[in-house]
Design a protein around this ligand. Structure first.
Ligand SMILES: Cc1cc2nc3c(=O)[nH]c(=O)nc-3n(C[C@H](O)[C@H](O)[C@H](O)COP(=O)(O)O)c2cc1C
Length: 175
C-alpha cells in the first residue's frame, strides 16, 4: 500500500472478526514499532504480544471500560518502556508505527491508553514484569481483521489542513 494512502486509511477499529492473525504479520507490526524514532536511540521499549483468548479476556477486563474492546481482538500488543526521560514520546512513536503497519497489512487496530491510567500497575503485573524493573505502560494496541470490511472507509471528522497549518508564525496562513 502506498504510504500516504496508508496514513489516510488508518482508523481506530474496535470491532473485529473471528479470523486469527498470522504470527508473521504480528512480527512485522512489532518490527515497525522497534524501528521508530527514539530519543538518544535509547529504544526503551518491550512489546508483549497476547493472542491467547483467555489472556485477552483478562486484559480486556483490566483495562475496561475504555479498553474492553481487547476482549474481542485477535491480538494485543502491550507497549512497555523503561522509565527514561523520553519514554512516553518513544513508546508513542512505536505505537503509531505499529498502527500504520497494521493498516498496511489490512489489519484493524486501536490504540488503548496506557500511561496516566490507574490500571498501569495491574497491566505490568498481568505481563509478569519483574517488580524491580522500573517499567511504564505506554499503550496497548488491539489488533484484528475488521468485522466490517468497510471499516477502513469510515469518514472520521478531522481538522482541515488549512486550519492547522501556520506559515512562519502562529496564525499566518498560506496565501
Ligand atoms: C493516547 C491515546 C489514547 C487512546 N486511548 C483509547 C482508548 O483507551 N480506547 C479507545 O477505544 N480508543 C483510544 N484511542 C483512540 C482514539 O479514540 C482515536 O484515535 C480518535 O478517536 C481518532 O480516531 P481515529 O484513530 O479513527 O482517527 C486513543 C488514542 C490515543 C492517541
Amino acid at each position: 500500500m502506498e504510504f500516504f494512502e496508508c496514513i489516510k486509511m488508518r482508523r481506530s477499529i474496535r470491532q473485529y472478526s473471528d479470523r486469527s492473525l498470522f504470527m508473521d504479520d504480528i512480527e512485522k507490526i512489532v518490527d515497525a514499532g522497534r524501528l521508530a524514532a527514539t530519543a538518544r536511540n535509547e529504544q526503551p521499549w518491550e512489546f508483549i504480544v497476547i493472542t491467547n483468548r483467555d489472556r485477552l479476556l483478562e486484559l480486556g477486563a483490566i483495562v475496561s471500560p475504555n479498553g474492553a474492546l481487547v476482549k474481542g481482538a485477535a491480538a494485543a500488543i502491550v507497549v512497555l518502556c523503561r522509565d527514561t526521560k523520553y519514554y512516553l514520546e518513544d513508546g508513542s512513536a512505536a505505537t503509531e508505527n505499529m498502527l500504520l503497519a497494521a493498516t498496511a497489512l489490512g489489519i484493524g487496530s486501536c490504540w488503548i491508553a496506557g500511561d496516566k491510567k490507574d490500571y498501569c500497575q495491574k497491566v505490568l503485573e498481568f505481563c509478569s514484569v519483574p517488580p524491580g524493573l522500573s517499567m511504564k505502560l505506554v499503550s496497548i494496541v488491539a489488533l484484528g481483521y475488521p468485522e466490517d470490511a468497510s471499516a477502513f472507509d469510515t469518514e472520521k471528522p478531522k481538522r482541515r489542513l488549512d486550519e492547522v497549518l501556520h506559515i512562519d508564525r502562529f496564525g499566518r496562513k498560506k496565501e
